[in-house]
Design a protein around this ligand. Structure first.
Ligand SMILES: CC(C)(COP(=O)(O)OP(=O)(O)OC[C@H]1O[C@@H](n2cnc3c(N)ncnc32)[C@H](O)[C@@H]1OP(=O)(O)O)[C@@H](O)C(=O)NCCC(=O)NCCSC(=O)C[C@H](O)C(=O)O
Ligand SMILES: [Mg+2]
Length: 301
């Protein structure tokens, strides 16, 4: 399945849910164990910020062993390597490529050239076809080049927002509603959607603020993100609920499709459902809602 097909409604049979994407330090063996029991769509086994320098090599071994283990069911399993130019990057990328996870997450990707170099290095290290590149978008230069980064390779499947680094680089502040980074979030989404790849939102740092977290999930969904990155198991359920179609949305989608098909059979191209105009494009959206719900049900079965 190409990266494009994952976000393309025309190929929604191949859609992969990425509502909840949980980071965990690969040095934390308890967290690696716990992750096997969590209802997340995807995992990021971290070698970067959550791992102290002295623990980097053990963390790399743990992450690669986890990727090869087959113990994580149908959760999408990725490894976040240390950034380009760091002392650990080349060995991380080679080891992760050879381990063959579903994805390799690379921090601070800043250009299309970097994407092509990363893909070449993954291929040289023997990354299997199913191992996709996930690029973190977390600097001003990446935001300003989001579309060309997203289009740089078919192997690039997902953008991951790094909102902590972005806020730091902008000299901005973390505030409820995220006004200081709204334009950045939207430019990243525009770039991802123009290229037909998936995009997941950044993390919410306050693990005990359930209301703030729910509000940020809602905002992320409204903006168009496929899901959100998480830092704690306590964030998983609310996130899955926020990024899944509700029962009402599924029922409404069915009603729209049925009404439109009846109208078409009578030679009409437009109809109203519950007082709202429905055209072909709304039917596409309704089909996407159903396909998303089906894909979630299949992943969690
Ligand atoms: C934030 C934490 C340090 C909190 O840890 P802790 O105090 O141990 O949490 P709890 O005691 O509540 O944990 C309860 C149990 O859950 C397990 N646990 C905790 N976190 C995780 C996790 N992320 N994945 C899996 N399991 C987890 C604990 O082991 C406990 O298990 P048990 O004892 O068996 O009941 C901690 O949550 C944490 O380390 N989170 C991840 C931090 C991280 O990965 N940060 C880096 C990514 S964020 C980032 O860099 C974003 C980006 O780059 C940007 O710029 O924005
Ligand atoms: Mg970061």
């Amino acid at each position: 399945m190409s990266a494009q097909s994952q976000a393309n409604p025309a190929a929604y049979g191949g859609y992969r849910p990425r509502r909840s994407v949980l980071y965990m330090p690969s040095s934390n063996e308890r967290a690696l164990e716990k992750a096997k029991t969590l209802a997340v769509d995807a995992l990021i086994l971290d070698l970067e910020d959550a791992v102290a320098p002295d623990a980097k090599e053990q963390a790399r071994e743990n992450a690669c062993a986890a990727a090869k283990s087959g113990d994580y069911g149908n959760r999408e399993l990725t490894i976040r390597v240390n950034g380009i130019g760091t002392q650990w990057h080349d060995a991380d990328l080679a080891a992760a490529s050879a381990a063959g996870p579903d994805g390799i997450v690379v921090p601070k990707v800043n250009s299309a050239d970097e994407v092509r170099q990363l893909v070449a290095a993954m291929e040289a290290a023997g990354a299997p076809e199913h191992t996709k590149l996930w690029a973190m978008i977390e600097t001003p230069v990446a935001i300003l080049h989001a579309e060309e980064i997203a289009r740089a390779s078919d192997r690039l499947a997902v953008f991951v927002m790094g909102t902590n680094d972005l806020v730091k680089e902008l000299g901005a502040e973390h505030v409820p509603g995220r006004a200081p980074i709204q334009s950045s979030l939207q430019l990243a989404i525009l770039g991802a959607r123009a290229a037909g790849i998936a995009i997941v939102d950044g993390v919410f740092n306050h693990v005990k603020d359930a209301d703030g977290f729910a509000a940020e999930c809602r905002q992320g969904r409204e903006l168009g993100f496929d899901g959100k990155t998480l830092i704690h198991p306590g964030q998983v359920d609310a996130c899955n609920a926020a990024f899944a179609p509700s029962e009402d949305e599924v029922a409404n989608a069915r009603e729209i499709i049925a009404a439109f098909e009846s109208a078409q059979a009578e030679g009409r191209g437009v109809v109203t459902v519950n007082g709202r105009m429905i055209e072909n494009l709304h039917v596409d959206t309704a089909r996407k809602v159903l396909a998303t719900a089906e894909a979630i049900a299949a992943r969690t079965a």
